[in-house]
Design a protein around this ligand. Structure first.
Ligand SMILES: [Zn+2]
Ligand SMILES: [Zn+2]
Length: 260
């Protein structure tokens, strides 16, 4: 399975995944034009995208959905509880398919899903498995739960939210108090601190590769997130580079991961 994050952050999220028989997108938080351009970097024809899996209806996850899925007649997948909230944001009639959390197969990919605590009716965390190789994408959640961590077990690679540095957020004069409380709340976003805790738990459960994702451009920096999590791992006797690999996703594509 080949995975490339094409953009990540509060301004847009888009990930490309390719198995032997399927080409899919997870979220489409860039315009249709920009999505086409970024697929072009990978030499992927947008017409060949088989499906788009939507996590939730926030704009940074579905900005390009209307135009792209209408233009290419792409299948859209969303959890049944997120169907109406997404429908309210659609301007075009799209081919929408719903699912529950029982798991299902899409072509040669097994899809597992879990609900994430976020300020919407339903936000979905996804795991995709091809030939026992599992990648998980878990962003937009205020806290982790046992159920979420359990669902991520056996992932070879996890894209995990590391949204903000708590101090930077609290000191940000451009953010109203209510917004700060929303982000920091149980249904907001994972901070570098809560992300670090989750990384330790997931590392102990067997995952050795993480990509810090959905970083705020206003309340975090890639260096800050990386250094913070690196330090917490060191404090817990875990060596980054030797025991575990930590990458940081960005607003531009940085790496193509190949799970073999
Ligand atoms: Zn969101
Ligand atoms: Zn988001």
């Amino acid at each position: 399975m080949k995975i490339c994050n094409l953009t990540s952050g509060s301004d847009g999220n888009l990930t490309y995944i390719e198995s032997v028989n399927a080409k899919i997108l997870v979220d489409i938080g860039l315009s249709c034009l920009e999505t086409e351009k970024r697929l072009g970097y990978l030499k992927v024809n947008p017409e060949n995208i088989d499906a788009i899996f939507i996590s939730h209806e926030h704009y940074d996850h579905m900005k390009g959905l209307n135009i792209f899925a209408n233009k290419y007649k792409t299948k859209v997948f969303v959890h049944e509880d997120g169907y109406y909230p997404l429908l309210n944001k659609l301007k075009k009639t799209l081919n929408i398919n719903t699912f529950n959390d029982k798991g299902f197969d899409f072509k040669d990919i097994t899809v597992q899903t879990v609900g994430l605590p976020h300020d919407v009716k339903r936000c979905t965390g996804y795991s995709f498995i091809e030939q026992q190789k599992k990648v998980s994408i878990i962003t937009d959640l205020g806290h982790t739960t046992k159920e979420i961590l359990q669902n991520l077990k056996d992932s070879k690679l996890i894209f995990l939210e590391s949204n903000h540095d708590i101090e930077m957020l609290l000191e940000n004069e451009n953010y109203p108090e209510m917004l700060k409380q929303r982000i920091l709340g149980q249904n907001g976003h994972l901070s570098n601190n809560t992300c670090a805790e989750a990384v330790i738990n997931l590392f102990k459960a067997g995952t050795k590769h993480f990509v810090l994702s959905h970083l705020s451009t206003k309340n975090n920096t890639p260096r800050l997130a990386y250094n913070f999590i690196n330090q917490i791992l060191i404090n817990n006797g875990i060596s980054v580079g030797e025991d575990v690999k930590i990458d940081v996703a960005s607003v531009v594509p940085k790496a193509i991961y190949n799970l073999k």
